[in-house]
Design a protein around this ligand. Structure first.
Ligand code: DP6
Length: 364
């Protein structure tokens, strides 16, 4: 990092700006538990699809430091004090990695295109977008052409993923159109605990172009946050077995995605969702995030798959909502099933649809 260069610019009152639209993502093999020591390192590798239609749009202007203030945050142009502690803590955690931050006040404006509190991983999209903006500004300060050059031996996408990870682990997987793998795995070339990488090699056509319908079962605040949930793995009696299972599942899922083994893909994805929730139910203190309608929807999905033989499955993140994943080729039939059979189980009939496999877009 060329700090001297950054300071010269500061004295010149230079302003650096960047903006990104960054998708949320849904994990197929789950990140649940962090390595002890280190900042936000996963206890096991995970893999996800980005959700291109559920995104955060963030613009950052780095202005010469004003009133010793590290940042000013607005949500769609309106101050939002409740978001400030998370951003303050993020900027503190990346301070030694980004020494240029000290010279600037970051004016951050962010907005999601999906309602906050629907259980969609807003932190993944939000910190993903913020990580991209900071990596971009860092390159501008360097004087390197944007999206080119390397910082700490990482390319732009790795660096964005690296910074986003420190804000929220799952955010680091929002950078790619290909499935994103975060965490060391023998099954994936170049995989790392520090940032996510796109899955190498070809994905079978039968496992491309899938879509997600997020069935909103509960739009209230979760009783236990993901961050607190991860911490409960530290003293969890089944943690070791779960981490081993996730490693194994990642290898098997990658194999299924490359060979087009849809049945195996479905079995692993659903098992991963249930393992995630079984870890919550067997933590101390134990808790349950699924609601009766979560199970009702899962049963309807199983019945429909059994009778139709169609390529569909469910997954869950750390909440009550159900993600219904399906091959985009059966869009019409699937949406008909959602509207006739699943809608009564959705809170106020709410659901959100998204394509998978879209990458972030620069908006400034
Ligand atoms: C269940 O990334 O939200 O969605 O790193 O503490 O911010 P922090 O947690 P977070 O955890 C997400 C967990 C999950 C599974 C996953 O996305 O892999």
């Amino acid at each position: 990092m060329n700090v001297e260069h950054a300071q010269n610019h500061t004295e010149n009152h230079a302003i650096y700006s960047a903006g990104y639209q960054c998708p949320s993502n849904i994990a197929l093999v789950k990140y649940w538990g962090k390595k002890s020591g280190g900042v936000q390192l996963p206890a096991n590798p995970s893999i996800s699809w980005s959700l291109g239609d559920l995104y955060a749009s963030t613009v950052v202007h780095a202005m010469p430091r004003e009133n010793d203030q590290a940042f000013v945050f607005t949500l769609g142009g309106v101050s939002k004090a409740s978001f400030e502690p998370k951003i303050a803590s993020f900027l503190t955690k990346i301070a030694s990695d980004c020494p240029w931050l000290i010279d600037f006040t970051l004016h951050i404006d962010s907005q999601n295109n999906f309602p906050h509190g629907t259980g969609i991983a807003s932190s993944a999209a939000g910190f993903g977008a913020l990580g991209l903006c900071l990596a971009h500004i860092e390159q501008l300060i360097h004087g390197a052409p944007a999206l080119d050059g390397r910082v700490n031996n990482m390319d732009f996408w790795q660096r964005s993923s690296y910074l986003s990870r420190i804000g929220s682990g799952s955010a680091c997987r929002s950078m790619f159109d290909k499935p994103a793998v975060w965490g060391l795995s023998e099954a994936v070339n170049g995989s790392s605990d520090l940032f996510a990488v796109p899955l190498d090699g070809e994905i079978h056509p039968d496992l491309q172009g899938w879509k997600d319908v997020v069935l909103i079962v509960d739009d209230g605040e979760k009783s236990v946050s993901s961050t607190d949930g991860h911490a409960l793995l530290e003293a969890h009696p089944y943690a070791g077995a779960r981490f081993g299972q996730a490693q194994k599942n990642l290898g098997l899922l990658v194999e299924a995605m490359r060979s087009g083994d849809v049945q195996r893909f479905i079995a692993i994805v659903e098992s991963e969702a249930l393992q995630l929730h079984s870890m919550m139910m067997t933590s101390l203190p134990y808790y349950v995030l699924m609601r009766p309608n979560t199970l009702a929807i899962i049963e309807k999905i199983w019945q429909f798959r059994e009778s139709s033989g169609l390529p569909i499955c469910f997954t869950l993140d750390a909440g009550a909502n159900v993600h219904l994943l399906y091959d985009g080729k059966i869009d019409k039939t699937l949406m008909n099933f959602v509207n006739t059979t699943l809608l009564p189980y959705c809170k106020n009939g709410q659901y959100l649809c998204s394509e998978t496999g879209k990458r972030p877009v620069a908006i400034v």
